[in-house]
Write a protein that binds this ligand. Structure first.
Ligand SMILES: *Cc1c(COP(=O)(O)O)cnc(C)c1O
Length: 412
């Protein structure tokens, strides 16, 4: 997190004082660091320099156009999971030939749009989806490049909601079903199998589960070769974890080396779909203390950011480091940092040691660049936060704060 630093007693985002940003743009406020995004993308991408590969940033982690544009300019492809994300990626100028499309519920109009855009491939997650893509591609007089998403039944040892490669998960096809699906794909007009795909989960803090999955995929690849199906792409998904608190995830270089050892020499182009490891620690959420409230059992710090802005603590019980933007040097208290939403599940931190803060002071919630704004909502009719992209001394309003008019504009 070297681009969010304390200097002269206050937090800066690259060359800009966070307190100044809060004053000018209001709170809650997302602040992203362009230098951090670049550094993370470079670290990830260069970890695979020894392999023929393509890094397709996972749009859902942080889908702001300014972020997508910055990454696309660095050569990133994109992994999308909806027609909306396709629309965004194209609007950001991403080369369609570098877009892969994952997800269990692709609707016909979404499939059609992706075919018309000429994306690189679909990661297909069911037999019915395979048939549907074949039908639509045939109607359009084209052929859809596809991978089947294999569910390798590997435990990624992460939160159950973000484990995706176990046999009880809705994602992908098991090994046997996948073989049948490749067989079908081989004969089906309108589709051409070009790859194998898997994505076993998110916030993985060790390379072991990736390697376990890879071994299964490579064994599966041998079977495909035996069936006379020659593919070109091996998509291993995303999922590399980041440090929120005390996790010690592998550095991308370690991950890259482990994969390079196993994949070097294979005539396959590797696709990676990192999201969190690029954007997570490139963003903070800045919030102002509205009130403090002491009860016989708790000290509450009531802030103006809530679960609609950052749902991870409420949804997964996740930890986000929270610190004062301008440390006042008061003694620590054990507090709950809560938002204004009418749910007891609305908190950013529970039983957290934090210096005593006062109304009007600013807090920064770190590691909020991925699955922060992109999971935000308007619950309690709260306008979504402003997003800023800081690059050195330059500040871009990547998304202006929503207005009350925005909130009712689509209603009657
Ligand atoms: C969410 C997702 C990713 C990105 O996962 P991260 O943990 O953010 O790296 C990649 N691929 C697919 C299919 C996903 O659903």
């Amino acid at each position: 997190m070297h681009f969010f630093n304390y200097e002269n007693g206050e937090l800066k985002a690259e060359g800009v004082r966070v307190a100044d940003l809060a004053r000018e743009y209001g709170t809650p406020l997302y602040v992203y660091s362009a230098a951090t995004l670049r550094r993370h993308f470079k670290a990830y991408d260069s970890a695979f320099a020894g392999l023929d590969h393509m890094t397709c940033y996972s749009v859902k982690a942080n889908s702001n156009l300014s972020v997508l544009r910055l990454l696309a300019e660095m050569g990133a492809g994109m992994d999308i999971v909806s027609g909306g994300e396709l629309y965004r990626a194209l609007a950001a100028g991403v080369d369609p030939g570098r877009i892969v499309y994952s997800g269990v519920g692709k609707r016909p109009e979404e499939i059609r749009a992706a075919l018309e855009a000429g994306i690189l491939m679909f990661n297909v997650e069911s037999m019915q989806e395979l048939e549907r893509i074949g039908e639509i591609a045939s109607e359009l007089g084209t052929t859809a490049r596809i991978s089947l998403r294999i569910n390798p039944d590997v435990d990624p040892r992460t939160h159950p909601y973000i484990s995706t490669g176990m046999k009880t998960n809705k994602f992908g096809l098991d090994m046997d079903a996948s073989l049948a699906a490749y067989q079908r794909a081989k004969d089906l007009p309108g589709v051409e199998p070009v790859g194998i795909d898997c994505h076993i989960g998110s916030q993985l803090t060790s390379v072991e589960p990736f390697l376990e999955a890879l071994d299964k995929i490579l064994a599966f690849h041998d079977k495909l070769c035996d069936m006379g199906i020659n593919i070109q792409y091996l998509d291993l998904g995303g999922g590399l974890g980041i440090t929120y608190n005390e996790e010690e995830p592998p550095h991308p270089a370690e991950f890259g080396q482990a994969l390079t050892e196993r994949l070097g020499g294979l005539p396959l182009r590797l696709i990676l779909e990192p999201g969190r490891s690029i954007a997570g620690n490139a963003g903070i959420l800045v919030t102002e203390v509205v009130y403090t409230k002491d009860t016989p059992s708790k000290h509450f710090v009531i802030v103006d950011a809530a679960m609609n802005d950052l749902i991870r603590p409420s949804l997964y019980g996740s930890y986000h480091r929270i610190a004062e933007v301008v440390p006042a040097g008061r003694e620590d208290l054990t507090v709950d940092v809560v938002g204004p939403i009418c749910e007891s599940g609305d908190f950013l931190a529970r039983d957290r040691a934090l210096p005593r803060v006062e109304s009007g002071e600013l807090l920064a919630c770190f590691s909020a660049g991925a699955y922060g704004f992109s999971m935000s909502s308007n619950y309690n009719t709260r306008p979504r936060a402003c997003e800023l992209l800081v690059d050195g001394e330059n500040v871009t309003v990547a998304r202006r704060r929503e207005t009350y008019d925005d909130l009712i504009a689509a209603e009657r």
